[in-house]
Ligand binder design. Structure first.
Ligand code: AHR
Length: 539
């Protein structure tokens, strides 16, 4: 039986006024129990990190418009973007790639902008780029370099995460980049060069990626070869008093041989070899390759993509287990520094915006369920960076010239920031699974509700995804050993699963706030195809 949401709420409220609170399970088809006595780990704010690459419309026209642009900017950086990001508590931003990173010489991007060299962008030869006019997306003007990136990070209050070039530069180039960023004022020629470029104080960059996708665009290495490159690049890297957090290029999705091969090869030289490895970068995209673009899909394709996104959780568990074969104390964390949806081309808002797509409610649910997975694995995942911030795959913003809009993904990050720094708690979810693909003979199922919970003193945050495209989930919510005093609810939902924001309709998708007063346990109807955040004060 499925009650209308209003009817359900009225019944619950009326019952609470006249008779004792509803018993467990009454009028509910689902149950969520949060277990404060089963902590998982602190939710690092870094799980909500971003990724920016010199690709398509991410940097040029996205982040960087230039100081003389008619587009409102802060020293060349798009002002609307800075203001949007300030609402999210962005912890960390990865840059300059992606595949671009292993083609990038950081020296090209420092000094007076008018004197910087123009280079062929890594992506210029991509078949899609052949069809577009020449411009900064094909011929890299180096207007946005290290100092601009650091300024961007400071403007939004984020830490920089720099990806170094292993394929086409050498270890001394990395040493020098670290020196440019981190060596003390006046102590090295590179510190002087930094001061000459307007930044006397060191930037203190903590996170360094040693290559990107080194199994592919980043050098096409075998795990053994890459382990030896990794050692060569990081041995005696200058630290300038910081404890650098070095991140090695990890697997593509389920490539366990890459993880095992690298860990075995690194550890073969001695157990201490793992001491200089902070993170192991996993990349996982859930795509619709060959199955249509971002805004045009069937209900079955909606479920198929959510199911693919859900694959992130076994990937984390399985790579973690393989890493544990060598790293028995689990000192090395997983860093999912590229994740998100990847659709067929066709919705990019400008021809040169390679991999640009328009995120809908479907992408928002993928983002939410993925962040929930990271929270539930807060003991294993040390950082995650969604690909990519603006005008790209699973982006939070779309921008072109004077136009700017936030996507449904933006709201997911805005709602989920309430989890940052909280203690992740185990939760039990009992909800009828969704069956789909009956008409097409696929006959598959997906869970009926999933989410994550975190506790910060007496404030409990619960986020839940209801993937069911048609049905509400009438849910009883309990906190084991505690009672809920107040509850504020924020819901991102839309009657149309294809709904998205555009320059013409910037507010087509946005969250709504509601409050509810619990009577004993809390009852809530999660709307179809929705993401919900509940902030509760415990008694
Ligand atoms: O995010 C787009 C590309 O996807 C990145 O450059 C690369 O690392 C990955 O294959």
């Amino acid at each position: 039986m499925s009650l209308g949401r209003r009817e359900f709420l009225q019944k619950s409220a009326a019952a609470a006024l006249t008779v004792p609170p509803p018993r467990a399970g009454q009028a509910a088809d689902s149950r969520v129990t949060i277990l404060p006595d089963e902590p998982i780990g602190i939710i690092s704010p870094n799980l909500h990190g971003q990724f920016t690459e010199h690709i398509g419309g991410v940097i040029y026209d996205g982040v960087w418009v230039g100081e003389s642009s008619a587009v409102p900017n802060i020293g060349g950086i798009r002002k609307d973007l800075v203001e949007g990001l300030r609402k999210l508590n962005v912890p960390v931003v990865r840059w300059p790639g992606g595949c671009f990173a292993d083609s990038y010489d950081w020296r090209d991007g420092i000094g007076p902008r008018s004197k910087r060299p123009r280079r062929t962008n890594f992506w210029a030869n991509h078949p899609q780029m052949q069809k577009v006019p020449d411009g900064p997306q094909k011929y890299e003007p180096n207007q946005f370099g290290t100092d601009e990136f650091m300024r961007f990070c400071r403007l939004i209050g984020a830490q920089p995460y720099v990806a170094a070039n292993v394929r086409s530069l050498t270890p001394i180039d990395l040493d020098h980049w670290v020196a440019y960023c981190n060596s003390p004022k006046g102590m090295t020629s590179l510190a002087d060069a930094r001061a000459g470029n307007g930044h006397a104080e060191p930037y203190g960059v903590l996170y360094w990626g040693v290559g990107n996708e080194s199994w592919g665009c980043g050098g096409n290495f075998t795990p053994l070869e890459y382990a030896s490159e990794y050692r060569r690049f990081i041995t005696w890297i200058p630290e300038y008093g910081l404890d650098l957090r070095l991140i090695a290029s990890g697997p593509n999705g389920g490539d366990f041989a890459w993880t095992r091969g690298f860990f075995e090869a690194l550890r073969a030289k001695g157990p201490d070899q793992l001491d200089d490895l902070w993170g192991w970068a996993l990349h996982y995209y859930c795509g619709t390759a060959g199955k249509g673009q971002a805004i045009d899909f069937t209900v079955q394709e909606w479920y198929e993509l959510l199911k693919k996104a859900n694959h992130m959780e076994p990937l984390i568990h399985q790579h973690w287990a393989v890493m544990g074969e060598e790293d028995t104390e689990h000192k090395v964390k997983l860093v999912v520094d590229e994740w998100g949806t990847w659709h067929e081309p066709g919705t990019e808002i400008a021809p040169a915006f390679l991999f640009g797509q328009v995120p809908t409610m479907r992408d928002a649910l993928v983002s939410a369920l993925t962040l929930d997975i990271f929270h539930r694995n807060a003991d294993k995942v040390g950082m995650a960076n969604v690909a990519q911030l603006i005008n790209n795959l699973n982006c939070l913003f779309l921008a072109h010239e004077n136009h700017f809009v936030v996507t449904p993904n933006f709201y997911v990050f805005e709602m989920y920031k309430a989890h940052q720094g909280g203690q992740s708690l185990r939760l039990l979810v009992d909800a009828p699974p969704v069956s789909y693909g009956v008409d097409t003979g696929t006959n598959a199922t997906l869970w009926g509700l999933a989410g994550s919970a975190s506790l910060n003193e007496k404030r409990l945050v619960l986020t839940m995804v209801n993937p069911n495209a048609a049905d509400e989930r009438h849910t009883e919510i309990a906190v084991r050993g505690a009672s809920i005093k107040t509850c504020r609810v924020r819901t991102l939902a839309n009657a149309d699963i294809h709904a998205h924001n555009s320059f013409a309709e910037p507010n087509a998708v946005e969250p709504k706030n509601e409050d509810t007063t619990p009577h004993g346990n809390l009852f809530w109807s999660f709307r179809p195809a929705s993401v919900t955040r509940m902030e509760m004060d415990l008694a």
